[in-house]
Design a protein around this ligand. Sequence first.
Ligand code: UGA
Length: 366
Amino acid sequence: MIAEIAQSNKIVVEKSTVPVRAAESIMHILRANQKPGIHYDILSNPEFLAEGTAINDLLNADRVLIGGEETTEGHEAVAKLSWIYEHWIPKQNILTTNTWSSELSKLAANAFLAQRISSINSLSAVCEATGADVSEVARAVGLDSRIGSKFLQASVGFGGSCFQKDILNLIYICENLNLPEVAAYWQQVIDMNDYQKRRFSQKIIESLFNTVSDKRIAILGFAFKKNTGDTRETAAITVCQTLLEEGAKLDIYDPKVEPEQIIDDLTHPSVTESPENVKKAVQIHSDPYSAVRATHALVICTEWDEFVDLDFQRIYQSMMKPAYIFDGRKILDHERLHQIGFHVQTIGKKYQRSGLLRSWGIVPQL
Ligand code: UGA
């Protein structure tokens, strides 16, 4: 389209990541359709915005990255784009590189962030098997200024449209470059994430006496993180899929995700072979208290702030006993929940089986 319309020289700025070298592909297409006398410069200018904080990330970017060709025209194009950013970003935070470095840096940034989550999640399994507490470990490790404290929150697993896609992109590039060891290294970040999602789902089933068949389970939170309605690659899908396969009935509440989206996600052919059964087994609620009523267990899949302030005394009264809470985001006050009477399980902290009541179906006080 650009090649058809352009009447003068153009700078094409490429901001997304795709599973090929984007700038190179654009260049090929433009050159194939080039009109005589018109020159194109392709710049790679990856964005580092996160969902829910995009405007702030744009206004206060840690850095801006601009990659261009190492030619005189390329350098001029980089300078022009840099000039736009210099209106609000300090010049020393605008990095200019060659195109390959820029594209690879974007993939590397997301791969490093995801790797930190997989690293702390791997340790959460060790904590549960020993007596260590992953929050304490993360704090102790993160206080080393060389490591830093961000992105060390153990969870049910990372989601979102970018981490997995970009790591797979990196793996694909490594395989094409005949670097199988490097590809396998990054694949492990994804494998660990899948393991964490499976491990958490399995823990729910094991705690509920190895069967969730016909048990009602409330799922609080479906988005891949708080403050967004986005469900792409959300860990909640894996948790729900596993519980549904085991015959559970799910009552789902999320403050932002549209009910149709949840049904679409859970009836997708990659998730189930029997969408009709899933529809029968899933109920979407517009209120967390209605979602938890008469359920055997409550599972936190997204760290929405409003979940922290729920009236857990009221929730306890309305649930079946024994009442279970599985906190996949480590946001609740577990000590208090214990005192109310809940059996609490979380990520990266050993479960205390104090006074476990091995019976089901005790009528809840509604
Ligand atoms: C991510 C990057 O953070 C952005 O810098 C990047 O620009 C963006 O991808 C992109 O490539 O477009 P985003 O996917 O919006 O942004 O979300 P993050 O805030 O990075 O969270 C990703 C996932 O990791 C979420 O599921 C979150 O819950 C999880 N997470 C994050 C943890 O489990 N633990 C943490 O400590 C941090």
